[in-house]
Ligand binder design. Structure first.
Ligand SMILES: [Zn+2]
Length: 97
């Protein structure tokens, strides 16, 4: 499936981040459930969410449109397995408690 491949690819493990992908997926899913963020898909009504195993980095851009090294947002991808709707949750907010 395209969405599964998209979230399974990405940067290699970064030092200091957990490298057990299954554990990371469970931690992300538990945080989504704790925050009530796994309601039915707003596009198709399904409740078959796939949760990313790895964090994505959305890079920051400066005023000229160039990437700013070391700046950006860590995001957890969540996608609907039925229709492919893709959401991103800011990791620093979703995972804090
Ligand atoms: Zn959907």
């Amino acid at each position: 499936m395209l969405a599964e491949r998209a979230v399974s690819e990405g940067p290699e493990a970064i030092g200091g981040l957990p490298d057990d992908e299954r554990w990371s997926e469970q931690m992300h899913r538990a945080a989504l459930e704790r925050k009530g963020a796994l309601a039915d898909c707003e596009a198709c009504g399904s409740n078959a969410w796939g949760v990313g195993q790895r964090l994505l980095l959305l890079p920051a851009l400066d005023a000229s449109g160039s990437w700013v090294a070391g700046r950006g947002v860590d995001a957890i991808p969540v996608f609907c397995r039925r229709c492919g709707l893709l959401r991103l949750h800011a990791a620093t907010i979703l995972l804090r408690d």
